[in-house]
Design a protein around this ligand. Sequence first.
Ligand code: ADP
Length: 593
Amino acid sequence: MKRFLPTALILVSLLALAGCGAKKFEAGTYQGGAPGIHGKDVVVEVTVDSKEIKDIKILENHETPGLSDAAFDRIPAAILKQQDLNVDGVSGATYTSNAIIGAVTMALEAAGADIASLTSGKKAEADTVAAATEVLNADIVIIGAGGAGLSAAVSAHQNGASVIVLEKMPQVGGNTIISGSAYNAVDPSRQEPEGIEDSVDKHYEQTFNGGDQLGTPEMVRTLVENSYPTLQWLESLGMEFKPHVFTVLGGLWPRAHKPVMPLGTGYLKTYTDYISAHSDEITVLTDTKVNEIYLEEGRAEVVNATGPNGTVVAAGHKAVIIATGGFGADIEKREKYNQIWPSLRNIGTTNHPGATGDGLAMAEKIGAELIGLEHIQLLPMGDPVTGSLSGNIEQSVENRIFINKEGKRFVDEGERRDVMTRALFDQTDEFMWIVLDAHNYPTMDTKNNFNESIQELVDQDRALMADTLEELAAKMEVPAAELVAAVEEFNAAVESGGPDAFGRTLFEHKIDTPPYFAGGRKPTVHHTMGGIRINTKAQVLDKDGNIIPGLYAAGETTGGIHGANRLGGNALVDINVFGKIAGENAAAETASH
Ligand code: ADP
């Protein structure tokens, strides 16, 4: 500790004191706006008197529901409390946080504030609350409130258990809420009317072979056989899927179901509606990071966590379920386990910042076996700046092509995700354009999978639009003759039904209807296939294949299902099928005492 304040600091402090009583604002109510995650403004109304910010209201926003709630709750509150704009963004909602701060800044400028004096302060420290230990008890403790954790919570409760869910982030949802949300299931009610032949065996073969036969056969079987019944379970909880199935990127077959709500928000609403209706028996704590799981007499039971007010100790007298997701956002872990790709240090990710693989070390410490950690999935579909899936203009595999900087196609665009991404790494600047036409966007209001309209994307220069292919090529800065030739060849294959020169067999419409669109994409880290080894009951196994009593795991934190490559549309199946199974079996355990 310094005993004397430096002179400069004393001077600044004296000046600040002298200014204490001075007028800071023109009293009144002011509005300001700043762009949020989709480029549209978050608009706020700020009320000030001559000395203080009195109130901040959010008047308008186009942020993704669920993802941004914590930022709307906390950022205005922090600014009001601190009377300063130098507040930390809410983790996982950085764009929204910055938009709110930007909008408030604009309103305060209008109020005549000296913004520099409002941003110079030290960042507010988190509230210092005396470290307290909160002790919680339930039948089941679940670590992580993404899709796997929350589906497990619902199914455990349906099977008679009381549940505590601990989530480290300020909001629930994990990667699930920002996922593409496609759900593969063999579903004659939707597939037969469209003339699509399918079977559970075909889903099995494609999943197993698509992962280089490295998945565990009985785990793959459990996944595909439970896929449709689990979709019906979600529907019974109120989840809505669109009537048509489609082929999702790297999904290999038209069996993907698209929720009515955007991204993964439909799944989250389904779980949280159920949880809210049973809040007496299901407790969800956010901002509570689990650090360790303890065995009591050889049985997983107690977890230690750090919550907003200190230590939380939670006991699951029947079981503990690990549902902490993958490690796609943890650069060091990527570097440690990656054996297949070039260095992934400078590659973006589609993942939320909490995807740091916390469950792996916790499970390993109490004897669990970890498998397949080298299998890291990349997509060729990252936003060139952020790595996110936002701004992706593809609507279905059948109706778009990939074009490199030379204006040429370079891969079967219906291939496995690893095959397409590997091919993208070989292209100039590891960059490609998705090219498609008005079949995908019949109106400029038509939205992509990220709830962004094509008009918005064009306005933000995140998509290019042109009436002819030549004009589009000029905007893409690729040779027009090459692009035209590539599209002509593709259209000929659509007519013949393929396979074309790249081996592509998935086609629907020709690319022949203006306006034409192009959107740039780069490789991005998406999913980690490896993780905690479980059996078909979602029980965690040790290195000798023995069950660790009381310990379950589900979702992306587990390994052994997808092998070397996960099919598109199988992740939402995995987290729901094994989350539900984990919840059921955990609820059926006998309480320890
Ligand atoms: P899955 O798809 O397998 O459900 P998600 O990424 O959707 O995976 O959800 C995993 C959740 O677990 C995320 O919300 C993440 O923040 C949370 N989580 C990760 N590590 C911890 C931890 N140590 N304590 C509590 N929650 C955690």
